[in-house]
Structure formats: C-alpha cells, structure tokens
Ligand binder design. Structure first.
Ligand code: MG
Length: 321
C-alpha cells in the first residue's frame, strides 16, 4: 500500500475536486476539503493545500497531479514522486517560453464535473496576428467570466476563430461509459477529434506552430487512451500539454469560452425540456433536483440529462425512498 503526500495550490485543489466529483464521499475529516475514492485509492485534500493519496491506485492518481507542482513531502515513495515531477517539467511536451506569441491550436473541455448536461470539447486555432484582437474582445480564462459574459464574447469570436466544437450528450456519454470507457478516455477521444478537424481545416493556408492541450492527465496517459486510434497530428506537429493552459495561450482560452458557451446553451435546453432549472456541479442541490427529476420523468429518463455513473444517481434514489 503506498502513501503519497503532495502540496497544491487552491486552484489545483478546486480542479481536483471537480475531477473527482463523481467519487467524492460523505466523509469529512477535520480540516479537509474533500475525500474521494477513485480506482482503489483514497484521496484526502486538506485546506492547508496538502493532499494525501492512499491505497493501491495512489501512485497513479498522485502522478496525475504531482507532476505539475512542487511536492513538498511524500511518505513512502519519495523517489518515484520526484522522478515523475522532473520528467514532466523538462518533458518533450512542455510549452516553449515564447508560446504566447505563436500561432497555436488550443483545446479544452467543459462539463466533466457537472452531473447534469453534456461534455463539450473545443479546439480553436488562433494565429499570432489575431492574439491582440481576441484580447480586446475580452478573451481570457473562462473561469473569470460569468455566463452572460461568456455568451457575449463567444458570439463575437465564433465567426472569426476557426474551431471545432464537439458535444457529447448524456445518452451517448452513458452508453460509452457503460461500455467501459472512463471519462479520461472519452475526453482524450474528443480532444483528438476536435484537434484533427481544426488542423485539417487550417493547415493548408495557415502556419500552425503547435498544438496546446489543457492538460487533464499526463501526456503518456493521454496517448495511451488513444491507442489504436488514428492521431493525425501526433507526428509532424509540435505538441504541448499544460495545466492552466488558458493562461499560456489565448487559443486555449478561446476554445474554453466556445466550449462553455455550448455547454450553457445545451444546459438551458435541458432545463427547458425537464421543466425546471437544473443546477450545475455535483453537490447536494444536484441530488435533490435529480430526485425531483426521477419523480417527474421516471428513472429511465435520467440517462438523457445526467452522467449516470456519478455518485449523485445513488444519492438521488436514496432521497426518494
Ligand atoms: Mg480544462
């Protein structure tokens, strides 16, 4: 059994909480932010920034996050943790210092931590001569923007930014998830498809200096998810992965805004169809609304509006009993 302790920023812990949303337990040890139990591993995040990974899957889960920030302490496997961090920081997928001034295809996804609603993935191409224009239009990290700002900016940039937007609606998502694909694999497949489409569209007439993916897992894991699939951009293009990539190149920020815009629109459509407003996220309010949904539309219809494998499904059913 391995134990790893890593220290993270508040933002990363927030991202982790989103990432593990579907496996978060009711446990609440003093000083903790959340306790999640994905894949044979227990993850306890503390307000201090320390995160404890325990159990058989601990080193795998820790490696997903450990590589991006300095690890201050680690219990039983210090050398393994350290090695992974160094590999990623100096790795071949690290963006160059001047990436902010290059012509880049950026990709990002939205909706993975929300029980209700689809996953949307966008890849967007921004040439270096459009960077200033996009800044002027207000393109920045979508987490700093509210839904109405997102809508306004998205509607302005959609006609001028070559992009590919993919929407994986709930029914299809659940079908794929139940066939054995985890969310990471689904995301990797959508990113691959979106990037491929944009690259094909822009490549003949534009310079593409590289592809930047907002990192949700280690690059090796990402490509492992795509084993056996065609990845037309893998050879011949510069490929970069980074967490918080919205701040590294505006193409990712633009992709993120378009993906969120599509998510918000889909979400509104779903709420209309359901007959009441669906909440975002995966908290207790979501459990209540899921229970309300089941009472009104029946459990079988849940597959059309929600990500069934999240813990919310079970919680909603318990609320009804
Ligand atoms: Mg992202």
């Amino acid at each position: 059994m391995s134990n790893t302790v890593l220290t993270f920023t508040k933002e990363t812990i927030y991202k982790m909480k989103e990432h593990y949303q579907s496996t978060i337990t009711n446990q609440n040890p003093p000083g903790s932010v959340f306790v999640a139990k994905p894949n044979g591993c227990t993850i306890t995040a503390y307000k201090s920034g320390k995160v404890l990974f325990q159990g058989n899957g601990a080193s795998i889960e820790a490696a997903k996050w450990g590589a991006n920030e300095p690890s201050h302490s680690s219990a039983s496997k210090p050398s393994a943790t350290k090695k992974k961090r160094i590999t990623a920081n100096s790795g071949k997928y690290a963006p160059p210092r001047n990436i902010g001034q290059l012509s880049i295809i950026g990709s990002d996804e939205v909706g993975t931590g929300d029980y209700f609603g689809p996953i949307t993935v966008t890849a967007a191409y921004v040439s270096n001569d459009k960077i200033e224009l996009l800044k002027e239009l207000g393109v920045k990290d979508s987490k700093d923007l509210n839904d109405s700002q997102i809508t306004k900016i998205a509607e302005q940039i959609i006609p001028i930014v070559p992009h590919s937007l993919l929407i994986l609606r709930n029914e299809k998502y659940n079908e794929l998830e139940q066939s054995g694909m985890n969310q990471g694999k689904l995301k990797a497949m959508l990113h691959n498809q979106a990037i491929s489409k944009v690259l094909t569209r822009v490549k003949s007439e534009n310079k593409v200096d590289g592809i930047l993916i907002d990192q949700f897992c280690q690059p090796e894991v990402f490509f492992n998810y795509l084993k056996g699939k065609s990845i037309p951009w893998k050879s011949g293009e510069n490929i970069y992965f980074s967490t918080k990539a919205e701040g590294i190149h505006i193409a990712v920020a633009a992709a993120s805004i378009i993906a969120r815009y599509a998510f918000v629109k889909e979400f509104e459509k779903l709420s209309k169809m359901v007959g009441f407003e669906l909440p975002k996220g995966a908290g207790p309010k979501v459990d209540q609304k899921a229970a309300e949904f089941i009472k009104k539309h029946g459990e079988a219809s849940l597959t059309k509006v929600a990500k069934l494998h999240f813990a919310n499904t079970g919680k909603a059913k318990r609320l009804i009993k």
